[in-house]
Design a protein. Structure first.
Length: 500
């Protein structure tokens, strides 16, 4: 086989950088949506008459559908073609957003959020796997994944800003409607610009038992952690959800080991490099998601910031992520082994997290919060570049969608765990503090409550520091690949493309 012939299927087309713009725009929309609605939730709850007990479903309905269907979405993109799945996902997401913005009841809102999650689960893995098959040159791949990683990491914080601005100056409904122009532009651009290399589809029949078991297992896991946050870890429903999740996911693994065309080929996750990235990234996200929530409440409740001011306070972290991904990560990914790049990124983030353990009621934003956010951004931004690139490096094209979906799955599950776990730790520490200072509550109850709240935050943040250290150890132990951007991956994927 000639060298030219072997390269042809994986040859990146001339419009690949234009395609990256539309793929990045779609990714930004999905990531923004995870946080932009949070800022608008109090206003939406009041308008739609949603009870305090049911308001969690605005967030939970999206998380369950998105987290539970990601593997299925990745497999569908391998079957239908990534471009087709990408465009369908965008159109569906826009329609679901329009429904959410026009909602007149709580049930209509919950349904719209679930639909957003369903189409997001189709869109997200398709976007990442398109990058994997279009950018095959090592240096170009590093730049593309650096940009993608910066958006994946920084978009959540931007969502706080945009959500605050739209809610305060327009209406909460615009936190949904804003997705529509994003989706239309990205879908139109992708339709005309994206050209997926031929021959990379996995046309094997869908593994229906795998779809059912994985979806139910992941939904049970995500909902279990969500339920633990409100009902407690000892709640009978919470325990039942965790038990069910364990049984279902074990059955899923056993099924995937036996069927001819598995939803998740075990070769994707048993590879030590991919497995190491999935596990370490999921653990790091546990730390990050909980901390985002604590800082939002600290700035608004303790420091008295407005939603807009609170949102803008996160921008230094976004800037740090952009620099970490597009400058540090992209420049070093061709020179430094992935485990050292990711490990050092996690450690820098851990130092930033450590600074937040010093928070007090009177702490200065400039001297305490600002440097912590910059370090968190730089560290995670540097990590995101190899973390997004390595799992799809040299992957068989038929597995690209599923390998990409697993990156999103690890983050989604990590985020659900982080929010529930760290909130529980913070709440317990706050209660203990208030009980220990019960004598002071008669004379200064508000002060004691605020002190207890901050004490709870810092206790949970110590746990987050430990999570980042564990993520570092996992990367250094499991990941042994070289620099993921040091060479072209065309030759690695050429043979599987032709063979299948």
């Amino acid at each position: 086989m000639s060298r030219t012939a072997s390269k042809a299927p994986g040859d990146a087309h001339a419009n690949r950088w234009k395609a990256l713009v539309f793929i990045a725009l779609a990714q930004l929309m999905v990531v923004l949506d995870a946080t932009i609605v949070n800022i608008a939730l109090p206003s939406a709850q009041q308008d739609l008459g949603i009870s305090d007990g049911d308001r969690q479903w605005v967030v939970t309905a999206y998380a369950l559908a998105f987290g539970g269907l990601l593997l299925f979405g990745g497999r569908v993109s391998d079957l239908w073609g990534r471009k087709r799945a990408f465009v369908i996902g965008l159109i569906g997401f826009a329609a679901a957003s329009a429904l959410g913005g026009a909602a007149t009841t709580g049930a209509m809102m919950f349904g719209a959020r679930a639909l957003q999650g369903i189409f997001g689960a189709l869109l997200a893995p398709a976007a990442l796997s398109l990058l994997a098959v279009m950018f095959t040159d090592g240096k170009e791949r590093a730049k593309a994944f650096g940009i993608y990683g910066a958006i994946a990491g920084g978009g959540s914080a931007v969502g706080f800003v945009l959500g605050g601005v739209l809610t305060e100056f327009l209406d909460w409904r615009w936190t949904f409607f804003v997705n529509i122009p994003f989706a239309i532009v990205a879908a139109a651009g992708a339709y005309f610009v994206v050209r997926e290399p031929e021959g990379g589809r996995n046309r094997s029949p869908l593994d229906i038992p795998g779809v059912v078991l994985s979806t139910l297992g992941l939904v049970s896991l995500v909902y279990g952690f969500t339920r633990a946050e409100s009902g407690g870890w000892g709640d009978s429903v919470t325990v039942a959800l965790f038990v069910a999740s364990g049984v279902l996911l074990l059955a899923f693994v056993l099924t995937e080991a036996k069927v001819k065309a598995p939803l998740l080929p075990l070769r994707v996750v048993t590879d030590r490099n991919r497995g190491g990235v999935y596990l370490s990234l999921g653990i790091a996200v546990i730390a990050m998601f909980g901390t985002f929530l604590f800082l939002t409440y600290y700035l608004q409740v303790v420091k008295g910031y407005s939603p807009i001011k609170s949102g803008f306070s996160f921008l230094p972290m976004v800037a740090g992520m952009m620099v970490g991904s597009t400058q540090i990560g992209t420049r070093l990914i061709t020179r430094v082994p992935a485990r050292f790049l990711m490990g050092s990124g996690f450690l820098v983030a851990a130092v930033g997290m450590f600074l937040l353990t010093r928070l007090e009621i009177g702490s200065s934003y400039t001297s305490t919060v600002l440097p912590a956010l910059v370090l968190l951004g730089l560290g995670m931004g540097t990590t995101f570049t190899p973390a997004m690139s390595l799992p799809t490096l040299g992957i068989e094209p038929r597995d690209a969608g599923v390998a990409s979906a697993m990156i999103n799955t690890s983050q989604q599950v990590g985020g659900a765990i982080g929010t529930a776990l760290l909130n529980t730790i913070a709440a317990s520490a706050t209660t203990s503090y208030v009980m220990d200072h019960i004598a002071d509550t008669a004379t200064k109850p508000q002060l004691v409550q605020l002190q207890g709240t901050v004490h709870g935050y810092t206790n949970a943040i110590w746990f987050a520091v430990g999570m980042l250290v564990i993520a570092t150890l996992i990367v250094l132990t499991l990941v042994n690949a070289g620099s993921p951007g040091s060479e072209s991956v065309e030759d690695e994927v050429a043979v599987p493309v032709i063979a299948h």
